[in-house]
Design a protein around this ligand. Structure first.
Ligand code: DP6
Length: 368
C-alpha cells in the first residue's frame, strides 16, 4: 500500500476568471491572477492510497462516499494515469475533507482539486507541470497548485496544453499582505459559477469589451504592481475587476446576481474608509457569492478592524465573528468613525470574519 497526504488552500482572484472558451477542457477566455491563501484557514486535506487489493477507484468527501464517475474527477484521474512515471495501475482510494467553518459558505472546489492533483502527482511520480490537470477539475484550482501570487495564462492551443498557471512571486515577496474574508449572511440560492459564466459569455454584450479591451492591459498593470509592491495600483485594479465581473454578470440575460445588500454596504464602507483616511488602504473583491474578500497591508489591520467592529457590530458570538484577531490589536478612534461617511449596520449583519494572509501553497504531510 502507498499513501500520500496533502493540504492545499483556496485562492482569491484579483483579476477574475470569468468565461470558458472550452467547457470540457475548462479553458478560459482570459488570463487571471490570484493569491493563494495560507493553509492555516480554509484548506482541503486529501489522502490518496493505492493498493493491489483495491478493486475499484473510490472517493469520500467530508466522510461521505461520493460518485467516482463525476466527469471532472475522471478528467483528473485519466490525465494523472496517462502521465504517470511509474507503472502503478492499482486502483486508488481518495479521502478528502475541508476545514472550512460551516458557517462560512465558501467555495471549496479550487482547494479540493488542487489538493487531489498534488497528492496524486506524488503518488504517481509526476514531475512536470500539473496545473493543467488541476484545471480540468475546476478552472481556478490550477492557481492553488502554487503559493504566492499566481497567474493562470489562458493559452491559445485548442488542447489546452498551454493553459497553465505560473507563480508571479512567492508569498515572501510581499509578506505584509493580509486578507480579511467577510462572510455575509446569505439565504438566497446561489447560481454556480459554471452556469453564471456560461450565461454571461452567451448573452452579455459588455463581456466582449472586458475580454478584448480591458483585461490585456489590466493584467500587465496589476502584475507589475505586485512585483513593485505598489498597493494603491494593486487595490484600484482589484476593486475595478471585481466590479466589472459583477457588471458583466448583471448584463447577462437573465441577469446573474451574486451580491446582496450587505455586499453593497461593504463596498460603500470600504470606499468611505479609504476616503476618510485619504489613502487607498483596503481593496475588496467578490467571487460568485455575497461574501467579500479584502486585501490590505498588515499595518492597516488594527485601525481597519476598529472601524469594521464599529460599523458592522458583531452579533452575540464575538469569538466566532473575529477569527484569528485578538481584541487588543483593534484600534477604536471616535474621531475616525466620525469622518467615515457611512451608517452603522445592525449587529450580526456579518456572520464571520476570517483573518489570513498569502501562503506558500500545498504541503505534503508526513504519515502519522
Ligand atoms: C468567480 O473555478 O469555480 O471565483 O472552472 O467551472 O469550476 P469552474 O469554475 P470556478 O470559477 C471561479 C470563478 C471566480 C473567479 C476566479 O476565481 O477567478
Amino acid at each position: 500500500m502507498c499513501t500520500v497526504t496533502c493540504i492545499a488552500s483556496i485562492n482569491i482572484a484579483v483579476i477574475k476568471y470569468w468565461g470558458k472558451r472550452d467547457e470540457v477542457l475548462i479553458l478560459p477566455v482570459n488570463d487571471s491572477i490570484s493569491a493563494t491563501l495560507d493553509t492555516d484557514h480554509l484548506h482541503a486535506k486529501t489522502t490518496v492510497m493505492t493498493s493491489s487489493t483495491f478493486k475499484e477507484d473510490r472517493i469520500w468527501l467530508n466522510g461521505k462516499e461520493e460518485e467516482i464517475k463525476n466527469p471532472r474527477l475522471q478528467n483528473c484521474l485519466t490525465q494523472i494515469r496517462k502521465r504517470a512515471r511509474n507503472s502503478n495501475q492499482w486502483k486508488v482510494h481518495i479521502c478528502s475533507e475541508n476545514n472550512f467553518p460551516t458557517a462560512a459558505g465558501l467555495a471549496s472546489s479550487a482547494a479540493g482539486y488542487a489538493c487531489l492533483v498534488v497528492a496524486l502527482a506524488k503518488l504517481y511520480q509526476i514531475e512536470d507541470d500539473i496545473t493543467s490537470i488541476a484545471r480540468s477539475g475546476s478552472g481556478s484550482a490550477c492557481r492553488s497548485v502554487m503559493g504566492g501570487f499566481v497567474k493562470w495564462c489562458m493559452g491559445s492551443e485548442s488542447n489546452g496544453a498551454d493553459s497553465i498557471a505560473k507563480q508571479i512571486v512567492p508569498a515572501s515577496h510581499w509578506p505584509e499582505m493580509r486578507i480579511l474574508i467577510l462572510v455575509v449572511n446569505d439565504t438566497k440560492k446561489k447560481i454556480s459559477s459554471s452556469i453564471g459564466m456560461k450565461r454571461t459569455i452567451e448573452t452579455s454584450d459588455l463581456m466582449q469589451h472586458r475580454i478584448k479591451h480591458v483585461l490585456p492591459n489590466r493584467i500587465k498593470i496589476i502584475e507589475q504592481a505586485i512585483i513593485e509592491k505598489d498597493f494603491k495600483t494593486f487595490a484600484e485594479h482589484t476593486i475595478k475587476d471585481s466590479n466589472q465581473m459583477h457588471a458583466v454578470c448583471l448584463d447577462a440575460y437573465p441577469p446573474v446576481v451574486y451580491m446582496n445588500d450587505v455586499s453593497h454596504t461593504i463596498i460603500n464602507f470600504v470606499h468611505a474608509y479609504n476616503e476618510a483616511v485619504n489613502e487607498v488602504k483596503v481593496a475588496y473583491t467578490f467571487d460568485a457569492g455575497p461574501n467579500a474578500t479584502l486585501y490590505l497591508l498588515e499595518e492597516s489591520v488594527p485601525e481597519f478592524m476598529g472601524v469594521l467592529d464599529h460599523f458592522f457590530p458583531p452579533g452575540i458570538n464575538l469569538e466566532q465573528y473575529r477569527k484569528g484577531l485578538t481584541f487588543k490589536e483593534v484600534i477604536n478612534s471616535q474621531e475616525l468613525f466620525n469622518k467615515i461617511n457611512t451608517t452603522r449596520q445592525a449587529p450580526g449583519s456579518l456572520k464571520y470574519i476570517i483573518y489570513t494572509k498569502v501562503g506558500n501553497g500545498p504541503k505534503y504531510l508526513e504519515d502519522p
